[in-house]
Design a protein around this ligand. Structure first.
Ligand code: C2E
Ligand code: CA
Ligand code: CA
Ligand code: CA
Length: 277
């Protein structure tokens, strides 16, 4: 006799089929996106809070999809991470970022470029070698790069993450803990891992002017980072008041819409020029 389990399965199956169909199509579309040059490199400046100078940029991906429109990372990066195709996207953005780095240097501009690295990348034993190959091809130094890694990516497999991060660190790449404070991880890894930077998540920064708990979290994180000898960056700075608070608290760098939104990489040199005058 047919049991409940069986009939439940039949009820839900069509939906599962439909969504896996959609995913299959998204997967092939993503492969196509790389080949057909639909991905775009956007960059958002990072400002030093002491001198108020642009000291770096974060590389952020966009997808100009031929039918679905202009897509932001939340619309395809989580999916790319689930399926592992993120490795191809990471290679793409590392390559474009390295090319941008070369172009900036020919204009006499030296900025540190931060690139986001996902769990899958960290589990890829070949990541350091692939990364080194890309940098050699573009003749840029590893020290021009900072790789941003989330706590959850590290905690997924702390041992393997540590091996990869130590190899990257030995190459001279800087490492940053992204979305700091939002993960479910222990602070112990801060002691063990060769990180250079903590990036305070925007959820704590955005409303810190009016929320005293957020202010305490931000201040404590800045102090913790500094006590560990790390650079501390705040993301999600949306107004002058927050920027002033962060400066007073001794935060090293800030990133956010108040300074500038992410822009197409082709506009960066012009934007930097306008800033000076
Ligand atoms: P994230 O690494 O935390 O990057 C910061 C995000 O916050 C960016 O969103 C940025 O545009 C946004 N942001 C910056 N300043 C402000 C602000 O003042 N207010 C608000 N509300 N938002 C601000 P974006 O570009 O949509 O990227 C979202 C996430 O997608 C990133 O979060 C990152 O986790 C992921 N991502 C983006 N590009 C890549 C990539 O190339 N590879 C990987 N693995 N992940 C990426
Ligand atoms: Ca990031
Ligand atoms: Ca280091
Ligand atoms: Ca974040």
């Amino acid at each position: 006799a047919k049991r409940n389990v069986g009939s439940n399965f039949t009820v839900y199956r069509p939906e599962i089929d439909q969504s896996s169909q959609q995913n299959l199509s998204l997967l092939s579309e993503l492969r196509c996106a790389i080949q057909e040059n639909q991905l775009r490199l956007y960059v958002q400046p990072k400002l030093s809070l002491g001198e108020k100078e642009v000291v770096g940029i974060e590389a952020l991906m966009r997808w100009e999809h031929p039918t679905r429109g202009f897509l932001v990372p939340d619309q395809f990066i989580p999916f790319a991470e689930q399926t592992g195709i993120i490795r191809l996207l990471t290679r793409w953005i590392l390559d474009k970022s390295a090319a941008l780095c070369t172009e900036l240097i020919t204009h006499g501009i030296h900025l540190k470029i931060s690139v986001n690295i996902s769990t899958h990348d960290l589990l890829d034993q070949d990541l350091p070698v692939k990364f080194a190959d890309i940098l050699t091809r573009h003749r840029v130094k590893t020290s021009s790069f900072c790789l941003e890694i989330t706590e959850s990516a590290i905690m997924n497999d702390p041992h393997r993450a540590q091996v990869t991060l130590e190899r990257l660190n030995a190459m001279g790449v800087e490492l940053s803990i992204d979305d700091f404070g939002t993960g479910y991880s222990s602070l112990a890894y801060l002691k063990r891992l060769p990180v250079d930077e903590l990036k305070i998540d925007k959820s704590f920064v955005m409303h810190m002017e009016n929320d005293s708990d957020d202010r305490k979290i931000v201040k404590s994180t800045i102090d913790l980072g500094h006590n560990m000898g790390l650079r501390v960056v705040a993301e999600g700075v949306e107004d002058a008041a927050v920027m002033a608070l962060l400066t007073k608290m001794g935060c090293d760098q800030a990133q956010g819409n108040y300074i500038n939104r992410a822009i197409p990489s082709e506009q960066l040199i012009e934007w930097l020029g306008q800033k000076e005058t």
